[in-house]
Design a protein around this ligand. Structure first.
Ligand code: SF4
Length: 323
C-alpha cells in the first residue's frame, strides 16, 4: 500500500504573546493544539470551523510557512517537519497553496504568464520555449486562453484571477494542494465554476486537496472526508456522508443547523450557536466547547474529551459518546 500523500500527527502551533520593553513572553495563543489527519492520493479532506478556530494556521503550518511548535508532518512517508529550507526544496514542489484572495497573492507587476512560469524557472523545471509551452498548456487546463498570458492580474475578473492562482499552483505538478478559503471571496455563481475546475483537475492529475472553508455547502460538494475544528482541535472527523447525515458532535450539529443545507434527510434540531468562540489565549478547561454547548455536563468542564470512534470510521471528541 502506498503511503498517504500527507500525514500530520499531533500538530501544534502556539504563538507567543510578547509584552513590555524586554518583549517578555507573557502567554501563548493556542492556534493549533494537537491536530492529526492524513490525506490519500486523489482525496479531498475538507477542514471546517468558524473563523478563528485555527484552520488557516493548520494550512500555513503544514506548508511550513510557519514553524510548528510540536508534531510531525510526513510527505509521501518522509518526515519534513524539521527539514531546513534547502532540504525542504524538493518537497516544496510536491505541495502548493491557493489563497483566499488572489488579488493580494498575485504580484500586480507581473503578467499572468510570468506568474505561472516563475515556479518553473525557480525550480529549474523548464526554461525558454519549453517553459512557455508548459505555461500555455496549464492556462488551457484551468480554462484560460493562451492570449491571456500577457494580461496583468487587474485585467482579470475575480474568478479568472483565482484560475491564475490555481495555474501557478499546478505549474510544478504537485501532489497536494492546500486551498485556504479559495472561493469565499468569489460570487456564488463563480464559486461553482472554480470548485468544478478543482474537481476536474483532481480527477485528471490524481491531486490531493486540503480544502479549508467555512461554507459547509462548498465543503460538502468537494470533500471526500471532513474534519471539523474548534479552538485549535479537530472535534469530529468522518466521511462526508456520515458527517452531514449523522453528525455526532454538538458543535458540528449546531454548525449544520445554522446553515440551509439542502438535504431533506437531515433532520437536526435547531440548536443555534450562542456567543463567540472563546479566546485561544486561555481556552476553557475540559471540553473547550462547554461554554456554548447545550448538552454540557459538570464533567465537560474538567475533562477534555479525546477524539474516538463513535461509529466505524467516524471520530468525535465528546463525552456524550460514553452515554
Ligand atoms: Fe458538549 Fe460536553 Fe460534548 Fe463538549 S464534551 S461537546 S461540552 S457534551
Amino acid at each position: 500500500m502506498t503511503a498517504p500523500v500527507i500525514e500530520v500527527e499531533g500538530l501544534k502551533k502556539h504563538f507567543p504573546i510578547k509584552k513590555g520593553l524586554l518583549r517578555r513572553t507573557v502567554g501563548h495563543v493556542h492556534a493549533v493544539d494537537g491536530v492529526s489527519f492524513s490525506i490519500n492520493e486523489g482525496e479531498t479532506l475538507g477542514l471546517v470551523g468558524e473563523s478563528g478556530c485555527g484552520k488557516s494556521t493548520v494550512a500555513r503550518t503544514v506548508m511550513r510557512l510557519v514553524e510548528p511548535t510540536a508534531g510531525t508532518i510526513r510527505l509521501g512517508g518522509t518526515e519534513v517537519t524539521t527539514l531546513s529550507k534547502a532540504q525542504m526544496r524538493p518537497f516544496r514542489r510536491q505541495m502548493q497553496m491557493v489563497f483566499q484572495d488572489p488579488f493580494s497573492s498575485l504580484n500586480p507587476r507581473m503578467t499572468a504568464g510570468d506568474i505561472v512560469r516563475e515556479p518553473l524557472l525557480v525550480h529549474g523545471v523548464a526554461t525558454g520555449a519549453e517553459a512557455d509551452a508548459r505555461t500555455a498548456e496549464i492556462f488551457r487546463q484551468v480554462g484560460l486562453r493562451e492570449a491571456q498570458m500577457a494580461n496583468f492580474p487587474h485585467q482579470f475578473s475575480g474568478g479568472q484571477r483565482q484560475r491564475v492562482s490555481i495555474a501557478r499552483a499546478l505549474a510544478l505538478n504537485p501532489r497536494l494542494i492546500v486551498a485556504d478559503e479559495p472561493v469565499s471571496a468569489l460570487d456564488v455563481s463563480i464559486q461553482a465554476q472554480v470548485i468544478n475546475l478543482l474537481m476536474d483537475l483532481q480527477r485528471e492529475h490524481r491531486l490531493s486537496y486540503l480544502f479549508i472553508a467555512h461554507d459547509l455547502a462548498v465543503v460538502e460538494h468537494i470533500s471526500h472526508r471532513v474534519a471539523v475544528m474548534y479552538l485549535g482541535r479537530i472535534v469530529e472527523h468522518a466521511s462526508k456522508q456520515d458527517l452531514f447525515l449523522r453528525p455526532q458532535h454538538p458543535y458540528t450539529q449546531a454548525l449544520l443547523a445554522a446553515v440551509p443545507v439542502p438535504n431533506p434527510r437531515l433532520k437536526l434540531k435547531k440548536t443555534l450557536l450562542q456567543g463567540d468562540v472563546p479566546s485561544p489565549v486561555r481556552p476553557p478547561p475540559g471540553c473547550a466547547f462547554h461554554t456554548r454547548c447545550p448538552h454540557a455536563m459538570p464533567r465537560c468542564k474538567q475533562e477534555t474529551p479525546t477524539l474516538r470512534e463513535g461509529a466505524p470510521g467516524h471520530l468525535a471528541a465528546c463525552h456524550l459518546l460514553d452515554a
